[in-house]
Design a protein around this ligand. Structure first.
Ligand SMILES: Nc1ncnc2c1ncn2[C@@H]1O[C@H](COP(=O)(O)OP(=O)(O)OP(=O)(O)O)[C@@H](O)[C@H]1O
Length: 240
């Protein structure tokens, strides 16, 4: 196993509020780690610290020398007044060879959108384009902050499957922030459950049994194997 990032004892506070307290995280090559936790738990803050965008108040971070990180942010503001094709978007801020652009768009299944304007993309298409952008420099570590935002349920499952496939094919490490507990538990190697401190971490099965996890996500405590239930009936007459 190659360790990509090893962080220990991370702390971060603002306005007398302890946002992160004594956090230990190790990210390995080839491993898919998902960070879960309630709103305001400090997930994005921790991601920014691991990325090196934000310095922690205390603690140590060791990164593999020459580590390349691909980051898919939670939100990206794109100016609506400037028409921008997907290909051009992937060449920002750094010009990329057309072949590389085609490769990443193929990998994420949206090569047919290369000449489409980013402003015209659906939520699901945009997330795949953002994922393509995070992949463009062949990262050793992919950091995805809520990658399935604005994607419908079927699209979510497909996107999580794609993320797993990318990990398998590229052998990179993946750190992902997600709120979709059912899917996360089925499709991740390791879960970090954060609520300012690390409540619990480990394999999904173990985390789902942990008392702190159950306290935070009690209504999801049967997580483990995903099963889909219809809670309503379709009436053919309503559709036609
Ligand atoms: N620079 C800052 N100054 C003051 N408060 C901050 C700062 N950065 C983050 N916070 C606060 O820290 C808490 C954690 O924020 P963060 O965005 O990391 O949470 P999160 O777990 O990613 O939340 P969500 O699930 O809602 O996206 C929030 O209450 C936020 O308001």
């Amino acid at each position: 196993m190659t360790t990509l990032i090893k962080a220990s004892g991370l702390g971060f506070s603002r306005q007398e509020k302890q946002i992160l307290d004594n956090i230990h995280v190790t990210l390995e090559k080839g491993s898919l780690v998902t960070l879960i936790g309630p709103n305001g738990a400090g997930k994005s803050t921790l991601v920014k610290i691991l990325l090196g965008i934000l310095p922690p108040d205390c603690g140590q971070i060791e990164r593999l020398s020459g580590l390349k990180i691909g980051y898919m942010p939670q939100k990206l503001h794109i100016d609506n007044t400037m028409p921008l094709t997907v290909s051009r978007f992937l060449s920002l801020p750094q010009k990329q060879p057309a072949l590389r652009i085609e490769q990443v768009l193929n990998m994420t299944g949206v090569v047919h959108l290369a000449n489409q304007y980013v402003q015209k993309l659906s939520g699901g298409e945009m997330q795949r384009v953002l994922l393509s952008r995070a992949l463009i420099n062949e990262p050793d570590l992919l950091v995805l902050d809520e990658p399935v935002q604005g994607v419908d349920f079927t699209g979510e499952v497909a996107l999580y499957e794609l993320i797993q496939r990318i990990r398998d094919e590229l052998g990179c490490g993946i750190l992902m922030v997600s709120h979709d507990l059912h899917i996360v538990m089925a499709k991740t190697d390791q879960v970090l459950c954060l609520n300012h401190h690390l409540c619990c971490s480990g394999e999904p099965e173990t985390v789902s049994q942990h008392p702190e996890f159950r306290q935070l996500f009690g209504h999801h405590s049967s997580i483990g194997v995903y099963t889909h239930h219809h809670d309503h009936h379709h009436h053919l007459s309503e559709q036609g």
